[in-house]
Design a protein around this ligand. Sequence first.
Ligand SMILES: Nc1ncnc2c1ncn2[C@@H]1O[C@H](COP(=O)(O)OP(=O)(O)OP(=O)(O)O)[C@@H](O)[C@H]1O
Ligand SMILES: [Mg+2]
Length: 496
Amino acid sequence: MALLTATGITKSYAGVQALKGVSLALRAGEVHALLGENGAGKSTLIKIITGAVTADAGTLTIDGAGVTHHTPSAARALGIAAVYQQPALFADLTVAENICMALEGASVWRRVDWAARVKLARELLERAGADIDPERTVATLSMPEQQIVEIAKAIGARARILILDEPTASLTEREVERLFRVIRSLRSEGAGIIYISHRLDEVAEIADRVTVLRDGQTVATREMKDVDRAELIRLMVGRDIHAIFPKRTVPVGEIVLEARGLGSRQAGIRDVSFTVRRGEIFGMAGLVGSGRTQLAETLFGLTPADRGEILLHGRAVRIATPADAIARKIGYLPEDRRQHGVVLEMAIAANTTLASLAAVSRHGLIDEAAERRVARAYVERLRVKTHSLYAEAGSLSGGNQQKVALARWLAIGPEVLILDEPTQGVDIGSKSEIHEMMVDLAAQGMAIVMISSELPEVMGMSDRIAVMHSGALAGTLTRAEATQEKLLALALGHAA
Ligand SMILES: Nc1ncnc2c1ncn2[C@@H]1O[C@H](COP(=O)(O)OP(=O)(O)OP(=O)(O)O)[C@@H](O)[C@H]1O
Ligand SMILES: [Mg+2]
């Protein structure tokens, strides 16, 4: 008997039918992958199972018994726990408080003693594979660290049904391996796990069965061992996708961006030196916590440097704020979409032009026709799935929000574009389109810095690859020199 079944689930949001009769059966002791393009309906289905969203029609059963009046607390009582696509932690509380509050419920929480709470949190974090101090406040955590805290929370819930919606979007291979170890042990204890990811290699490694959604409908459920990658892509996209990494080497020009002995105590980076030329894609590899994002934030003026220099076209510049960076035509797509990526309450069109207002304004007023033109061009180019340019960005699926965040920075026509996990959460078709676009931009003379936790992406797209370790550059390899082993050795702090 299935642990959980969802049958004929439908759900409409204003103007959009997200689910049109989806069915899924989860067995005890299996990892069941849920695949589909951006906007296919995966997260919506998950939210219905966790009671966060109410279905319009369809039935849910758990252990064969029908579920009615489903709410988040009813779901928890039934043993359902989920890690959502976007971490939703309390920023002002500590890691331990976040974890324990979720486990104990708000009323018990007040009485539990601190030491026990910190100890429990530490154990769960260790199990989730992270070395995070439970007494840190969540606001100080990076995106991948927050993801790991969410995972620890879910593990602590001892759920029988564990749902992971893109848990590894910003994790590197090492963290993914640790997560897989936990998933396997939960599976062997009889839990059923629903696993959503756009990384097909990962899915092939961890899943026993797979269900594919397309446009709000179930296309197929298969045993994982019976389908190959090409077949999965066909089921998801309905067509073949060939170009895995469309990298073209284009002639490189003069040095655009240079860092000389760059350091920032606040950002935890030191003595970073590198150059990026026109036409180059400069990859940044390293483990979670190695300082890649902090370096990007320093280059963009979010945490200004206190040592060394940033040079643009050979001239030292002061970049103390993001406004300084934007004025110098540096764009930055952050890994944390919610923090500085998209404004969820704002329309897609306005989000697209947010960093390039001057280009779409006349006499200080926004020229709506110009804004519409820019927004439409990017929505089409990046295949953002939406019924209207004026829909709130918050109504988009995770991957489509990522595309809007990217569009904003492309719209400023930057000379230097820093991309932190540019294809995180993006489906396989859109991913190769974003890659193609990066190559085109490089060909037009842009200098691109790309941080990515996916080694195949870094190796597939970069002309040169810098590897960070504990806040410093451990080494830089050319495309020809780079191998998975060498990159990993540098990332772990072993000399090349
Ligand atoms: N709150 C909402 N309001 C309006 N439309 C919504 C809302 N939430 C989701 N949708 C729409 O429902 C559809 C399915 O979205 P969903 O988030 O389930 O996709 P997904 O498969 O999880 O995609 P991704 O891989 O990008 O995360 C999309 O068209 C999305 O725009
Ligand atoms: Mg989603």
